[in-house]
Design a binder for this molecule. Structure first.
Ligand code: ADP
Ligand code: MG
Length: 400
């Protein structure tokens, strides 16, 4: 990675202003239902505490409060969980403020071993507008800015990108790990390099597929988006989810794969259902035999076997997008089989990376997350890296 990190700073006597991604899922009562993102930020926070930082000021967004204070999106439950997860902190405080005199007073009152969580940055409409005035106000709360919010790095907001123009800015450990795994894999791939792309819509992933076709040895396609590729090959898909407007693009991607000598695999069989529901009638058919009234909801066993064979030969695997409607148990088998094949590949030494909100949820649902080399904490950000884009929150950090 060509950016400075938290290790490049002499922390003694300096207050750290740290952007984390604490945008966690909550239940109706506000309780944190999954603290993965909070845990993911702990290595950076611990490092700062251990290296004598004169206080650690944390900031994050949570949900979509649309620029207005809203108790439903308060950081309070997040701070409570952080307090439980960080027993080594002398104190974990919270302020109702984001910037201004109250926030500055709270920040200045910190000493070594102390952590302060600011209120939700999106309570201020200037956050998403990347207003330099807000960025400058945030910058008054610390001496050095640490960006550890990989999951928010694809957005140029005041607390992710703007503030980096007012303070020395370095990457945290989570940011570094995400960039090294995903960025490193794309820049210096081990071969064979195989990617598995699925999910609902091809239109969400055109940029990803286009970029990967210049790098991979094989691309395995599943999920709803495979339908549009199959349509481009003249198949009948019954009532499946298809994107007629993207048939042309699908045909171009198929042609590009041929020119680039990339093996582009499409499903040969599918699991179809007579309704979009867990108790629908279902059957496994070849891709050219989907009757009217039926829709493709998963890849079939022949396809699973073909994809497993490719995965078994790979040294580097990147997966984004479920193979079927994995949220419904009868259509989760294809996605689960890919997760298992990835775990087996990892066990024999291949590098396995999973990115994308739903893909990560599927791997967790299969109980295989800890058998992957890397499970990305950032859905949108990981997709933008796979598209070959530079993340604005990363571009703004100091070069090494
Ligand atoms: P990610 O969040 O990992 O990037 P996407 O958001 O692109 O993944 O896609 C996930 C969604 O795709 C899931 O909700 C899943 O139900 C849906 N999906 C997968 N296969 C199909 C299909 N054949 N028909 C309709 N939806 C599908
Ligand atoms: Mg998704």
């Amino acid at each position: 990675m060509n950016k400075q990190t938290i290790r490049d700073v002499e922390w003694a006597g300096k207050r750290a202003l740290v952007r984390v991604d604490f945008n966690v899922p909550q239940d109706d009562a506000g309780n944190v239902t999954d603290d993965t993102r909070i845990r993911a930020a702990l290595p950076s926070i611990r490092y700062l505490l251990e290296h004598g930082a004169n206080g650690v000021v944390l900031m994050s967004h949570l949900g979509r409060p649309k620029g207005k204070a809203n108790p439903k999106y308060s950081m309070r439950p997040v701070v409570e969980r952080l307090f439980e997860l960080l027993p080594e902190a002398r104190e974990v405080r919270k302020t109702e403020a984001i910037t201004g005199p109250a926030a500055e007073a709270a920040a200045t009152a910190l000493g070594p071993g102390m952590v302060l969580m600011l209120e939700n940055t999106r309570f201020d409409p200037r956050e998403e507008a990347n207003d330099p005035a807000m960025a400058a106000e945030l910058a008054r709360l610390g001496d050095v800015f640490v960006n550890d919010a990989f999951g928010a790095a694809h957005r140029a907001n005041a607390s992710t990108e703007g503030v980096a123009h007012f303070l020395p800015a370095v990457a945290g450990f989570l940011m570094e790990k995400e960039l090294e795994f995903i960025g490193g894999a794309l820049e210096r791939p081990k071969r064979p390099f195989v990617t598995i792309i699925g999910g609902a819509k091809i239109s969400d992933k055109i940029g990803v597929i286009d970029n990967l076709l210049g790098k991979v040895d094989a691309l395995l396609i599943g999920g709803g988006m495979a339908n549009t590729f199959l349509l481009a090959e003249g198949r009948q898909l019954g009532d499946s989810l298809v994107e007629p407007d993207s048939v042309g693009v699908a045909a171009e991607l198929i042609a590009k794969a041929r020119t680039a000598n990339v093996r582009l695999l499409l499903p040969s069989d599918t699991v179809i259902a007579d309704a979009f529901s867990a108790d629908a009638a279902r059957q496994t058919v070849a891709v050219d035999a989907v009757p009217t009234g039926w829709r493709v909801l998963d890849i079939g066993p022949r396809t699973v076997q073909a994809y497993r064979d490719e995965i078994a030969r790979a040294q580097l695997l990147i997966w984004n997008g479920p193979m079927g409607v994995f949220e419904l148990e009868p259509f989760a088998a294809g996605t689960r089989a890919i997760a298992e094949a990835m775990a087996e590949a990892g066990a024999r030494g291949a590098t396995t990376i999973v990115g994308g909100g739903d893909s990560v949820a599927a791997v967790e649902q299969a109980g295989l997350a800890d058998r992957m080399s890397h499970v990305s904490t950032g859905g949108g950000a990981s997709l933008e890296l796979l598209e070959g884009k530079t993340l604005p929150g990363v571009a703004a950090l100091l070069d090494r």
